[in-house]
Design a protein around this ligand. Structure first.
Ligand code: FES
Ligand code: ZN
Length: 284
């Protein structure tokens, strides 16, 4: 397929995801969670190109040179494309580094770095996006990410964990949560890599040096291998998941009796008395 046809198809795919799932409107104040990686840069570029009102929000984790390069690339990209970039620094927000938090949590619980990082990222980015008055928070999650998570939750024996996923996630009805949306939901990892290479964006393709979740990596390799022999395995997982999502969401609601509370420490939304982020911070 020519590059031109490939780009046209990818853009159509993203536009129809936005339209079919009612993800965004031209009047929304849209904040894009930007890591500096290929997915967030691609979605930032495309939303701006499609005429949406976007700004970028980067959480600087200060993980050595890797974070520095991603930050530099994000500033350069936003500068070139006239996009406002907001930066928050994990250390300023927490009072200690994310690496320190990871080591404290891991000393007391069997938790992977990416789990700690994921909880803290969601917590800080939701807070900051809300402060910025965001109507929608866009993330760069793609089809591979979603298929891996759905499959992981099944293998963990807890498919209900997937209840809140999908192209539009977060609990929109709760005003403390900024609605999270995923315009790249039906784009594969390989497509986004090809797109960003064709476009010549300055991107660091290397993974975070601390991301070592063995389970997710194994699932990724497993799905990549399956896909070689059974094309469309990932797409099928995601399609089937979307069909089942309403039933999963109902089962989840029954289990929680629809209750999202406020964390008694930070005031952010929480499933229990204390949110996951405060629980982890309490271990330092
Ligand atoms: Fe989260 Fe590295 S970015 S563990
Ligand atoms: Zn809290």
């Amino acid at each position: 397929m020519t590059d031109k046809k490939f780009i046209d198809d990818l853009e159509k795919n993203i536009k129809s995801t936005i339209r079919d799932y009612h993800l965004l409107s031209k009047t929304d104040n849209i904040v894009v969670a930007c890591s500096g990686g290929k997915d967030s840069i691609a979605v930032l570029y495309l939303l701006k190109k499609f005429g949406y009102d976007v700004s970028a929000l980067i959480l600087d984790l200060e993980i050595g040179n890797w974070s520095k390069k991603n930050l530099d690339n994000s500033y350069a990209f936003c500068d070139e494309h006239d996009i406002k970039l907001h930066r928050i620094c994990a250390k300023d927000e927490l009072g200690f580094s994310i690496e320190h938090l990871m080591s404290c949590v891991k000393a007391k619980k069997a938790v992977e770095n990416c789990t700690v990082c994921g909880v803290i990222k969601r917590w800080l980015i939701n807070k900051k996006a809300r402060e910025l008055g965001a109507g929608k928070l866009v993330t760069g999650h793609n089809l591979d990410d979603e298929a891996q998570t759905v499959f992981m939750n099944i293998l963990k024996g807890n498919p209900l964990l997937s209840a809140g996923m999908g192209p539009k996630s977060g609990v929109g009805a709760q005003d403390m949560f900024v609605q999270r949306v995923k315009p790249l939901y039906f784009c594969t990892d390989a497509e986004l890599k090809r797109y960003t290479v064709i476009m010549g964006f300055r991107i660091l393709y290397a993974k975070c040096p601390l991301s070592g979740t063995v389970f997710r990596r194994d699932i990724k390799n497993c799905l990549d291998n399956f896909e070689k022999d059974y094309p469309d395995v990932k797409r099928n997982i995601v399609r089937k998941y979307l069909e089942m999502k309403p039933a999963l969401a109902r089962a989840q609601e029954d289990k929680e009796k629809g209750k999202i509370k406020r964390c008694s420490v930070c005031g952010e939304p929480a499933r229990g008395d204390i949110c996951k982020a405060c629980e982890m911070i309490g271990l330092v």
